[in-house]
Design a protein around this ligand. Structure first.
Ligand SMILES: Nc1ncnc2c1ncn2[C@@H]1O[C@H](COP(=O)(O)OP(=O)(O)OP(=O)(O)O)[C@@H](O)[C@H]1O
Ligand SMILES: Cc1ncc(COP(=O)(O)O)c(N)n1
Length: 267
């Protein structure tokens, strides 16, 4: 039986992040991909030139259409832009009783453009995070949500505990923005930590790494993998996608979504 994954996120015209990264990742991991678009960005590897949130009805209707005919086995959320959209998306997820919910709390693009308004942080905390099977903040996002300063691994472990208390079943605090030479993503299940370590690849082509990582977790959950198994595949997937770079664009280029299928790591 074909498994189906849904992304509820923003469109990136440059194709490296957002909906486009998610659908490419679903496809690479042999899962049927679907989308509910929340906003359209005019974007390339140099930055974000424009952001257009879609009307609330348009987002709700996309989710309704999917529920009526193509119920997802797992879903992820990315750019949700404002509290109205967060509340509407959370209401529908709850009403439809959709499971395997991966929340990537997207806030700011690499170039600094705001993809989530400040007023939405409370809705994220109170409405969306309690629905999360897995939440995947990067360090700056975890800092905003927990109001902690996260310069050390120990501090990030504390933040993971706070995020778990807010209602996420599993927390991954990603280490991409960390200062350590070795890169450590922390997975917390409410009891103990798994440290996923990798070398830090020296490259500027990391546009969409967060989206791609969360999409890979979603695809694996759709296939029935455990959260720990799914996060491990996602880590291998993103590592291959960063390492085997495409070199596209003159700024922060996209990752290589077809690198994983060629890589030896999963054979
Ligand atoms: N330079 C790198 N080398 C190897 N792995 C990396 C590198 N940068 C990020 N990663 C991995 O990519 C995934 C995303 O991490 P990161 O902390 O960069 O998320 P993010 O900031 O949400 O991504 P983005 O900057 O695209 O929004 C993590 O699994 C992280 O370990
Ligand atoms: C539509 C959209 N969603 C998410 C991101 C974050 O990705 P990144 O931080 O790699 O730019 C983005 N740039 N655009």
């Amino acid at each position: 039986m074909v498994k189906k994954a849904l992304t509820i996120a923003g469109s990136d015209s440059g194709g490296g992040a957002g909906i486009q990264a998610d659908l490419k990742t679903f496809q690479e991991l042999n899962v049927y991909g679907m989308s509910a678009i929340t906003a359209i960005t005019a974007q390339n590897t140099l930055g974000v030139q424009g952001v257009y949130a879609l009307p609330l009805e348009a987002v709700i209707e996309q989710m309704n259409s999917i529920e009526a005919d193509l119920r997802p086995d797992a879903l992820k959320t990315g750019m949700l832009f404002n509290s109205e959209l967060i509340e509407a998306v959370a209401n529908n997820i709850r009403e439809f009783n959709w499971g395997n919910v991966v929340i990537d709390p997207v806030m700011i693009a690499k170039g600094g453009a705001k993809l989530l308004q400040q007023e939405a942080i409370n809705s994220l905390r109170e409405t969306l995070i309690p629905l999360a099977t897995v939440i995947t903040p990067n360090i700056p996002e975890a800092e905003v949500i927990t109001e902690l300063s996260l310069h050390t691994i120990e501090a990030r472990k504390k933040a993971a505990k706070v995020l778990h208390k807010l209602g996420a079943d599993y927390v991954v605090v990603k280490g991409g923005h960390g200062e350590e030479e070795e890169l450590v993503d922390l997975l917390f299940d409410g009891q103990s930590f798994v440290e996923l370590k990798s070398t830090r690849i020296s490259t500027r082509h990391t546009h969409g790494t967060g989206c791609t990582f969360a999409a890979a977790i979603t695809a694996e959950l759709a296939k029935g993998k455990t959260v720990e198994q799914a996060v491990k595949v996602a880590k291998d997937f993103i590592h291959a996608a960063i390492k085997d770079e495409l070199g596209i664009g003159s700024g922060h280029g996209p990752t290589n979504h077809w690198a994983y299928r060629n890589a030896a790591v999963h054979s």
